[in-house]
Design a protein around this ligand. Structure first.
Ligand SMILES: C[S@@+](CC[C@H](N)C(=O)[O-])C[C@H]1O[C@@H](n2cnc3c(N)ncnc32)[C@H](O)[C@@H]1O
Length: 289
């Protein structure tokens, strides 16, 4: 029987998580490390079922998709040639239902899928029942990775953790610590340019509505003013500096173009906007050998 390994933290209590019918207000305001982690843990626990129902088909049970454009690791090979993944120890942070880890396992790699939200990992367990791949599922915050130093050859994250944390350098330092010398970390996030535009898939999402340089987090609050969802904005320069401050080397910054075959919208990501402005930024980083 597979189970989820929990790092010491507040136990999962479904009754205490964000209810779907709560009234929330979107605003821009400061949000600390602790507040962001607590809010996002609650949001992803409360919304995992809906998220997987809406996006599960696009993500596939065992595909490695880097973002709404549909760039697949099969073609991108940002973690290296697929035939060289066999036998590699790989950590996926913010893994959700661990679709990417399942693809890695199919290549012969030894993945570990880590996520903050218990309910997301329960979806990983649900999907695992229909697949032969078995690998550890770890419930923990990416800001405090529960692994010894130099445990992994590769770390990856497709929109997991980094868009949501108040202190990305802390996460990047943790990633550097658990990587072996010469190891690689590849992570995708919302392209920073998107923050200057409304998060709308239609023409209203094509006009600048705010400053690209405004780093104030996007926060959804409940009626008591408690944050229930937080996203943190970093400019391109901020992200590059974060990587460097964490002691990693940036070797590529990939901005996937919207392909003709993809006619599907994902929130504010759409073919209309995707053909004009970038939606995803993928940072390829290495730890010196
Ligand atoms: C957009 S999903 C990405 C997962 C998967 N790649 C996908 O596309 O569905 C974001 C995931 O990051 C997780 N997450 C958010 N903050 C985190 C943190 N601080 N540490 C670990 N995981 C986190 C969420 O629980 C969620 O499962």
């Amino acid at each position: 029987m597979e189970h989820i390994i929990q790092a010491p933290q507040t136990p999962f209590d479904p009754a205490g998580e964000t209810a779907e019918d709560e009234t929330v207000t979107a605003t821009r305001r400061a949000a600390s490390v602790t507040e962001s982690s607590r809010a996002n843990r609650g949001w992803w626990n409360g919304n995992a079922d809906e998220y997987q129902a809406e996006h599960g088909t696009f993500l596939g049970d065992d595909r490695f998709v880097w973002g709404p454009e549909g760039l697949d690791e099969v073609e991108a090979q940002l973690l290296g040639p697929a035939e060289e993944l066999a036998g590699k120890d790989v950590l996926e942070i913010g893994a959700g239902a661990a679709q990417c880890s399942r693809w890695l396992a199919a290549q012969g790699a030894r993945p570990v899928a880590l996520d903050l939200a218990h309910r997301q990992l329960q979806h990983a367990l649900r999907i695992a029942e229909e697949h032969s791949a078995r690998f550890p599922l770890v419930e923990a915050d990416a800001s405090a990775l529960p692994f010894a130093g130099s445990s992994f050859d590769l770390v990856c994250s497709a929109y997991g953790a980094l868009p949501f944390v108040a202190d990305p350098v802390r996460v990047l330092r943790e990633v550097r610590r658990v990587l072996r010398p010469g190891g690689r970390f590849v992570f995708s996030v919302t392209h920073p340019m998107r923050w200057a535009f409304p998060d709308e898939p239609g023409p209203e999402g094509l006009s600048v509505s705010g400053s690209y340089f405004d780093r104030t987090p996007y926060v959804e609050e409940d009626e008591e003013g408690e944050a229930v969802y937080v996203e943190h904005h970093r400019t391109v320069g901020d992200r590059v500096r974060d990587v460097v401050r964490a002691g990693l080397r940036l070797v590529d910054l990939v901005e996937p173009e919207w392909p003709e075959w993809n006619t599907q919208e994902w929130g504010g990501w759409s073919p209309l906007r995707g053909h004009l402005i970038p939606g995803t930024a993928i940072f390829v980083c290495e730890k010196d050998a």
